[in-house]
Design a protein around this ligand. Sequence first.
Ligand SMILES: [Zn+2]
Length: 555
Amino acid sequence: MRRHEHLYYVADQPEIADAEYDRLERELRELEAQFPELVTPDSPTQRVGERPSESFPTWVHRVPMLSLDNTYNEEELREFEKRIFRQVGERPIDYVAEPKIDGLSMALHYEDGRLVRGVTRGDGVRGDDVTPNVRAIKSVPLTLTGEDVPRRLEVRGEVFLPRAQFDAINREREEREEEPYANPRNVASGTMKSLDAHVVAARGLRIYVYSVAQVEGVTIRSQWEALEKMAGWGLKTHPDSRLCHGLDAVLAYCDEWREKRDTLQYDIDGVVVKVDSFALQQELGATSKFPRWAIAYKYPARQATTVVHDIQVYVGRTGKFTPVAHLEPVPLAGSTVGRATLHNEEEVARKDVRVGDTVLIEKGGDVIPKVVKVVDAKRPEGTVPWAPPSRCPVCGAEAVKPEGEVDRRCPNASCPAQVEQRLRHFARRDTMDIEGLGDVLVHQLVEKGLVRDFADLYHLRERRDDAWPTSRPTTCSCRSRRARRASCAGFSTASASASSASGRRCCSRGTSGASTRSRRRRWRRWSRSTRLVPWWPARCASGSTGRRTSASSRG
Ligand SMILES: [Zn+2]
């Protein structure tokens, strides 16, 4: 069970199904009920134990948990290296770089390979001994594995809450009409203070360990070696840590992760850079606040203030109106932002966003920035509260807002805005997965009136001449045959519209490599996507009942 726990939570490579693991756990629980004298504290069933009486005891860190100095650009990072050179002389230096996760720091103490203590950073000198809660984090091994497990070991890591869990928690809170949490970091830190370890277990916190603070019985010479050793003992280290030869490699790493950070399942706010060699780290030492051998390279803030020029409504796939603030363009987290979503009219009313207001905007894990709040002090005179339009801005149909619903909608199912959004959704990878049918092409097809519903997509071939009259090929892509009029032998024109009779086709249907390949491809695409999509009927064409799985759009 420990092995499977490790494979699932630490290595991310489970070998058995969840149900199989549950079966093992049940079996172990039964055995432990039969032979209670054999239950050990590090048994996988003993993660969630008794709750502490009223508060967590204080623990004094043997090695202080210092925070890191920050840098915000290349120049400052080069200055960090220059300071090192001034102290120990100029020489080639290896660094270890890894993403800086926005969570809370935690010290884990192991004795003879068993987890004995988990302590929060606190003020760096004194932290809270939150061992019962740390045990409930599944990616913290209760027992170290592998070779040469040290007699005593203290490692440090970052506990964090993945975005998906955070969103789920907030959805639940909203359903109970409670105020949602501001960010995953706050939830993680609040959770670790909870006196009930069941809460911790349910929240799905995770950890990445990043340093060895103390070790007895094993010699480690560098940060990179420390990461390898910790991984070898079954601790979860960040899979994207990198040993960088020289500062240029570090800078390249920082640039790489500035782009990649939105693809992660959790928030990072920069990169931690450490001198690799422990001997050199010792030589450099620390100031009263920071170590001199490590630094954080912070990415630009994800919040900015700007002015709202206009608030416009966008019509979605189901006709839903989404108000969007058009902003004075402002640099934010590496790109220029000119728009921010306001979600729905009630949100606009709640935040009281008006045209002319100065607002605080934020870019989270999502690509679309959102308006956090209005800077009241900067509101100009004469602004008026925003009112949603009574008609659809695209087709002009009278908007409807059913009693008790948050959203106003365009009720016209053939509204071009809705058609376009539905087609985009239809073509997407997680629905029909139609290669090459991106947003721009969908827009062109709808604009030219070539496509009004999904079925039209499958007749585009017949209407090719309407769309691109000048680029009509005279040779089929199979290259062997000249294209002929559709009415040539072997073709039924019964289903073709009048305009398509003039279209040319390869007459070697069935034998041409190109047409066979394309038919096969089409079949594969179809068979890959015989699942129901949300706006489809509740029954499959075969007659069986459709089911929605979890919250995904897959049917
Ligand atoms: Zn409309």
